[in-house]
Design a protein around this ligand. Structure first.
Ligand code: ZN
Length: 257
């Protein structure tokens, strides 16, 4: 039997990814967020797993909307960010910034990453080189700033960038193709980006998920992690601006893209 964390991902709703994680040692299962009750139940059946926990990244309906129904059906425990506790339905256990907790045999560390919402949390399984990042970072993109400031989001992304390069990032949406199309408008001379854009176009023709990504790939191709890149700054005419100013400009352009 494997002693690795098992991750089962499945597309649901229009462009979400659902995730079940499983500890084969203690036979425990968690759903990362609850985008779609029916799809989660199907995934549980398919694997012959029973739901023990829901681990929420943030309160948006396509992330926590299935909490109450699943809790009622399975009696699972809901874990979520302290900063969003009043907006996460059915929450039982709150996690503070940089707090460690156990999922079965695995240590998980929750990090508060405001920006998309004021109470967003990402979950890092350091021993497994795996992280569930919700709507904070996407493949070649980042979450929209519905509630937070550019400064907050940049700090949240900097925190993610401090993890090892090989960390697998499981994002909550398949936005990759549009993100790549936008990315070349600010970083069009970046060879890694151009190659990757072609790769993901091929993958999406066959509906192959482009998630998970690695931090290493994102550092090379995600414009939201590259606000100190000279070529991007030149393109934006912002050679002397602060990182926050450059980040805010890129985010602003993406919102209008
Ligand atoms: Zn969201």
């Amino acid at each position: 039997m494997s002693d690795r964390l098992e991750v089962f991902m499945f597309p649901c709703l229009s462009d979400n990814y659902g995730y079940l994680i499983h500890d084969p040692i203690q036979n425990l299962t968690a759903s990362i967020d609850t985008p779609d009750v029916h799809a989660i139940e199907e995934a549980l059946n398919q694997n012959n797993w029973e739901l023990d926990y829901i681990i929420n990244t943030h309160h948006h309906y396509d992330h926590a909307g299935g909490n109450l129904e699943l809790k009622k059906k399975t009696n699972c425990k809901v874990i979520g960010p302290m900063q969003d506790k009043d907006r996460i339905p059915g929450i039982d256990q709150t996690i503070e910034h940089a707090e460690e907790f156990m999922f079965g045999s695995f240590v998980v560390k929750g990090f508060h990453t405001p920006g998309h919402t004021t109470g967003h949390m990402v979950y890092h399984f350091e021993s497994q080189n795996v992280a569930f990042v919700g709507d904070t970072i996407f493949v070649m993109g980042c979450g929209r700033l519905f509630e937070g400031t550019p400064q907050q989001m940049l700090e949240s992304l900097d925190l993610i960038m401090s993890w090892p390069d090989e960390t697998l990032l499981y994002c909550a949406h398949e936005y990759t193709q549009t993100n790549a199309e936008f990315a070349i408008t600010v970083d069009g001379k970046n060879k890694d980006l151009l190659n990757r854009k072609a790769e993901v176009e091929d993958m999406r023709k066959d509906l192959i998920p482009t998630v998970p990504t690695t931090l290493n790939l994102e550092k090379k191709t995600n414009p939201f992690l590259r606000s100190d890149d000279q070529e991007i700054r030149l393109e934006l005419g912002m050679l002397k601006s602060t990182r926050t100013e450059v980040f805010a400009e890129i985010r602003n352009r993406k919102d209008q893209f």
